[in-house]
Design a protein around this ligand. Structure first.
Ligand code: CAO
Length: 495
């Protein structure tokens, strides 16, 4: 039994004894559950997300409704979404897909800066914005205006989680310190993305590629004889957003037991390093000798004192490379990833027409093959070049030889199986028309995600003020007249 399990079972025993000694045995547990669900239950007719679960094993009876028909996983959870650009919006979009009511607070007149970045259709929100802000509601608030602050305070009281990815100190400068938020709503979870955790760089602003470089990814990506490379996958922004989403749902779960919120911090440097952890593994292995699965070992090139770049070598100890297929290099994506996994070496030899390599001591064992990887992959490539990447994939899969075609974004956009699973979705938008997006990549069988278009700037301002905050029409008019919800230019014109 682990220490944690011991603690848990001790706590359970104590709790049972305590419960027995009280006449209303189940009361404390129910109290916690009700408190946990309270803010959500107040504002919508939606069922509270944590109905009877109290973190101590008291769950409701299994639903009798068909899977997918009993609401969404995060139904009843309300998010005050102060995020912008990519990292934070990735996180809150996921929470929205799982059913949370995500209220995106945007600066009047401008909104999330990405609305106007990389614009392809004049006058419409950019794809940068629309593809990261599905299923959310938008309210415009000047967070530095006294009336804006008042509205924000009211929202804090009504929400379960505040998510932000401002530059360090920006939230505090708005007056939204942890102390202020916690006083208004002790149950509030405050979740932040920052570039760095506490330390020498904590005050720095950080963007995607900066995180890829400072988190260890760039130094280990690319070819040995070339410069460090950043990857196309947004591991700094979207990767950290994913980490943050897990932190938030974990904090929500803990809150069902403790009744209180907490701070959740994901630093982009930490998130990237977590994703690059196999390279920190290799850094330590270096002390004990060369990294034999890296191509440079077979090529007789000595290792330095840091994990080197390894081109397209496979990271799992089984040699792998990207090889040309029929059509390459004219077609820039006519390639396949090919892994010479030891258990299927015999099958590989048969497929490429080198059956002798199965028993030849120069090729028969993984160790013998290591110094000859260039020769081996050149021979395999002779074979892959006679096939298209899809033909090669079909043949190799019959023998369980691990491989994967290099799929272009065009091919992925047109892939019908991805359309069927909702991983690629077509969304309609009032100002830009139809566009493709990536749907929820995490599939829950009882919480099916529907992708709804991103909100227009401030589209839900009135609805949120009245339905969520319960403001009367006159009060809403007062707040609006104060200029707290509109762009400064408009304020000047009105004056
Ligand atoms: N009303 C009034 N002011 C608002 C507002 C609102 N609704 N929303 C934002 N602002 C203000 C902020 O208060 C801040 O003002 P101060 O500088 O006076 O405090 C100002 O807008 C700028 O906010 P910012 O500092 O977050 O934005 P930036 O463009 O200067 O920096 C970024 C952008 C991304 C570098 C920075 O936010 C950052 O480092 N974030 C953390 C790391 C991160 O998430 N990076 C990923 C970015 S890409 O996904």
């Amino acid at each position: 039994m682990t220490d944690m399990m011991e603690d848990y079972s001790m706590a359970k025993k104590k709790q049972k004894a305590k419960a027995k000694s009280k006449s209303a045995a189940k009361k404390p547990a129910r109290k916690v559950a009700r408190a946990a669900a309270k803010p959500a239950a107040k504002k919508t007719s939606a069922k509270p997300a944590v109905k009877k679960a109290n973190g101590n094993g008291a769950y409701p009876k299994p639903s009798s409704k068909p899977f997918g028909m009993d609401g969404k996983a995060l139904q009843g959870v309300r998010i005050l979404d102060f995020t912008h650009v990519q990292s934070g919006p990735t996180c809150t979009q996921l929470l929205a897909w799982f059913g949370a009511d995500v209220i995106k607070v945007e600066r009047p007149g401008v909104g999330d800066i990405t609305r106007g970045q990389l614009v392809d259709v004049k006058g419409a929100d950019s794809l940068y914005f629309t593809m990261l802000n599905h299923n959310k509601r938008s309210i415009t608030i000047d967070s530095k205006h006294p009336q804006g602050k008042r509205v924000l305070d009211e929202l804090i009281k009504k929400c379960d989680v505040l998510v932000e990815n401002f530059a360090p100190g920006a939230l505090d400068r708005m007056g939204l310190t942890w102390e202020h938020i916690h006083k208004l709503n002790p149950r509030m979870i405050v979740a932040s993305v920052k570039g760095f955790g506490p330390g020498p760089y904590e005050d720095c602003k950080v963007y995607e590629n900066v995180a890829q470089c400072t988190g260890g990814s760039a130094s280990t990506t690319g070819f040995r004889d070339g410069p460090p490379l950043v990857t196309g996958a947004q591991i700094g922004d979207s990767g950290t957003g994913l980490h943050l989403a897990l932190g938030i749902v974990t904090a929500l779960y803990q809150r069902t037991r403790t009744g209180r919120g907490q701070k959740v911090l994901c630093a982009m440097q930490d998130g990237v390093l977590n994703l690059a952890r196999v390279k920190l593994r290799d850094q330590q292995r270096l002390k004990h000798g060369p990294l034999t699965e890296y191509s440079q070992y077979g090529e007789g090139i000595p290792f330095g004192d840091a994990t080197p770049r390894a081109g397209n070598d496979s990271g799992g100890g089984q040699p792998g490379r990207i090889l040309k297929c029929k059509g390459a290099p004219e077609d820039p994506n006519a390639y396949i990833y090919f892994i010479t996994q030891a258990p299927v070496w015999g099958e590989i030899c048969d497929v490429i027409g080198e059956p002798g390599w199965k028993t030849d001591p120069e090729f028969a064992t993984p160790k013998a093959r290591l110094p000859k990887l260039n020769q081996i992959f050149a021979r395999i490539e002779e074979w892959t070049m006679t096939k298209t990447k899809f033909e090669a994939m079909e043949i190799l899969n019959k023998f369980d030889i691990p491989c994967g075609p290099i799929l272009s974004m065009k091919e992925l956009a047109e892939d019908q199986s991805l359309r069927k699973t909702g991983t690629v979705v077509e969304v309609d938008h009032p100002t830009r028309g139809k566009y493709l997006s990536v749907g929820n990549p995490i599939k829950l069988s009882d919480s099916i995600s529907e992708v709804k278009r991103s909100p227009l700037l401030g589209e839900h301002t009135d609805e949120i003020l009245s339905d969520v905050l319960g403001f009367k029409a006159a009060e809403i008019a007062d707040i609006k007249n104060s200029g707290a919800l509109s762009a400064p230019e408009k304020k000047e014109k009105a004056a």
